[in-house]
Design a protein around this ligand. Structure first.
Ligand SMILES: Nc1ncnc2c1ncn2[C@@H]1O[C@H](COP(=O)(O)OP(=O)(O)OP(=O)(O)O)[C@@H](O)[C@H]1O
Length: 249
């Protein structure tokens, strides 16, 4: 499957009668690129991913994924929610299989499905957890299982909500390397609260109160100036990286 392009034009989106969450959003993403979505709590990152996944429809403007409305290309998309709802009795490998197929796509699993999912679990370093029940897994282990399932789907566009959350530094590195290895083969959009995790992307999209604040290479977007503007806290530049000073008064 060829990686998808993404295009938004004058998009407004939100929930029921409430004021729109995303406002006048226009930007595009090149096929095969790795994109980090950064922005404060409540700025609309998950809403944007749900829009790209076709779960939510815009109230105004146009969203195109692989040149079509997302709802028409669902089979090409993989979506990993930040807080997936899963039956705690399922085995990890079954959860990964569900995500390989998209949770609502009823299918009979073949031997190849099992092999692909086990291989993805291995890549995420959680193969030994394959037969453990979901309810017995830690938050970080669950994150890795869901990511394995979505990546085993081999999506043309992977939409990953906080893939680094709950992970220790070694697993953060593992996930970052896996995401970078997908460049050129899949378009990947991931949300994060960690400016360092965003530095691994080709492009950073910074949202602020539902508006596009900045888009560009990490070095141009994740700067001490932007951190100060968007989050209102100081940040330092160290070895070319921007480190927010949330750890020091
Ligand atoms: N199902 C919903 N119904 C009504 N409002 C919602 C719903 N989901 C989110 N919102 C609102 O939409 C806004 C954006 O939420 P969203 O989850 O997209 O932000 P986010 O940037 O992903 O936040 P976080 O970093 O905290 O996960 C918030 O003000 C939130 O309260």
């Amino acid at each position: 499957m060829r990686p998808c392009s993404v295009r938004l034009e004058g998009v407004e989106a939100g929930y029921a009668a409430a004021p729109p969450v995303l406002r006048d959003l226009s930007f595009s993403i090149d096929p095969g690129s790795l994109v980090a979505l950064l922005g404060p709590n409540g700025s609309g990152k998950t809403t944007l991913l749900r829009l790209l996944a076709g779960i939510l429809k815009p109230s105004r403007g146009r969203v195109e994924v692989c040149g079509r409305p997302p709802g028409r290309v669902r089979r090409m998309l993989g979506y990993a929610p930040a807080t997936p709802e899963v039956d705690p009795r399922l085995r990890a490998v079954e959860v990964a299989l569900l995500y390989r197929y998209g949770v609502s796509e009823g299918v009979a699993w073949s031997r190849r499905d099992w092999e692909e999912v086990l291989s993805a679990l291995r890549e995420m370093g959680v193969e030994e957890l394959a037969w453990r029940r979901w309810g017995e897994l830690s938050s970080g282990q669950r994150r890795l299982v869901i990511l394995a399932g979505v990546l085993a789907r081999r999506p043309a566009l992977a939409l990953l909500d906080e893939p680094h959350s709950f992970l220790d530094v070694s697993n953060m590195r593992r996930v970052t390397l896996v995401l970078r290895s997908l460049r050129g083969r899949a378009t990947v959009v991931y949300t994060t609260h960690d400016p360092l995790a965003a530095m691994a992307a080709d492009t950073v999209v910074m949202l602020r109160e539902g508006l596009l604040h900045a888009q560009g290479p990490p070095g141009a977007v994740v700067t001490p100036e932007t951190i100060e503007e968007v989050y209102g806290i100081p940040a330092d530049r160290l070895d070319g990286l921007t480190i927010p000073r949330y750890y020091r008064p």
